[in-house]
Design a binder for this molecule. Structure first.
Ligand code: ATP
Length: 344
């Protein structure tokens, strides 16, 4: 049995079945990320694991022990929220030591544990400040520190970076990754940001409408998505998905039998452009985005297909130019009409 095991987990809010029979086995030390669009059930699933919501069906076990109906306080899990939830009148030290003090841990042990967590999180100079005297990123680190001192069996993070600005979000993300490398603690992390999911996770769980669409390492999901939903959720810019009917017969003929009436999926880096419209798929440049290290070129074809190409070099192309699209079919993902992958 896995370290943390979810078997057929169900959650209803009134008539609404928010979580639909989730099975998942998490190994010790794994960094698992739940990702998916708004309302797919990521936070609910995390709260069910935390014991903050009642599980309506199925079984949850930690180290082989059934904890499905155990109160949150007895689960030995620590949750970090996006809102920090710090005590405003307490110092950083007091915030971080609060749970240990309640548990009647001796004062010198508390001092040691807080000092170690503060050291790991670069909070040592701020221990006597109150939360309002800290930046957003520092506050979030205090919230993480509060979880660390408890040395829980599992860390649960609910969108911890969503209140930070872009630069701080990037930095704090790197700190969380380092922290996981140093502590090796089993972690479940909820985000709607697929870049966070890709950079932090050992394995990503893609959720949609209360169900798991796919579980895999970040690169498995990128290279071998199970369906069009996962293919388009993972990767920025999105994978191009073009209905076969909008492509010329030469491309349609390359499609495997199961993809008839379906679509082809191409990552932007696998769409190649040549100036001039001599080849089988001619298109028109709608927009060029020069991002410095790469250039995104948006193209549309007379048949109504729209694609984005990612070029690693700079380009003289400008809006209005005619181009030929070379479709690198060895990198293609072929989808059947219901969006399932038939070959990639
Ligand atoms: P977001 O990224 O927007 O936070 P999410 O994937 O975390 O979304 P949840 O918050 O888990 O989604 O919500 C899943 C579904 O359950 C949604 O349809 C939501 O409206 C519903 N839901 C969540 N909490 C409750 C509640 N307390 N009462 C009723 N419905 C709820």
């Amino acid at each position: 049995m896995a370290y943390l095991q979810l078997q057929g987990i169900e959650k209803f809010f009134g008539e609404h079945r928010a979580i639909k029979g989730i099975d998942l086995a998490i190994e010790p030390g794994e960094f698992i990320v739940f990702v998916g669009p708004s309302g797919c059930g990521k936070s609910t699933l995390l709260r069910l694991i935390a014991g903050l919501e009642q599980i309506d069906g199925g079984k949850l076990s930690l180290e082989g022990r059934d904890i499905t109906h155990l109160p949150s306080s007895q689960r030995d899990l620590a949750m970090v929220f996006q809102s920090y939830a710090l005590y405003p009148h307490m110092s950083v030290f007091e915030n971080m030591s609060f749970a240990l003090k309640l548990a009647k841990v001796p004062a010198e042990v508390i001092r040691d544990k807080v000092a170690r967590a503060a050291d790991i999180l670069n909070l040592t100079p701020y221990l006597q400040r109150t939360p309002k005297e800290l930046s957003g990123g520092q506050r979030q680190r205090v919230a993480i520190g509060r979880a660390i001192v408890r040395a829980p069996k599992v860390f649960l993070f609910d969108e911890p970076l969503s209140n930070l600005d872009a630069a701080l979000r990037g930095q704090t993300r790197v700190e969380i990754a380092k922290l996981h490398r140093d502590l090796g603690a089993t972690t479940i992390y909820v985000t709607h940001d697929q870049v966070e999911a890709m950079t932090l996770a050992d394995r990503v769980v893609v959720l949609r409408d209360g169900q798991i669409e796919q579980v895999g390492t970040p690169l498995e999901l990128y290279d071998r998505p199970a369906n069009q939903f996962v293919a388009q959720f993972i990767g920025t810019p999105q994978m191009n998905v073009v209905p076969l009917e909008k492509l010329p017969p030469v491309v349609q003929q390359l499609a495997p039998a199961g993809a008839a009436g379906g679509a082809i999926g191409l990552r932007p880096e696998n769409v190649l452009l040549r100036p001039g419209g001599q080849g089988p798929i001619a298109g028109r440049v709608d927009l060029v985005e020069a991002l410095g290290a790469e250039t995104l070129v948006y193209v549309s074809t007379p048949a109504g297909a729209t694609l984005v190409a990612r070029l690693s070099e700079r380009t003289p192309l400008v809006a209005g130019n005619t181009v030929t699209l070379d479709v690198a079919t060895e990198h293609a993902h072929w989808f059947n009409p219901s969006g399932r992958v038939v070959r990639q």
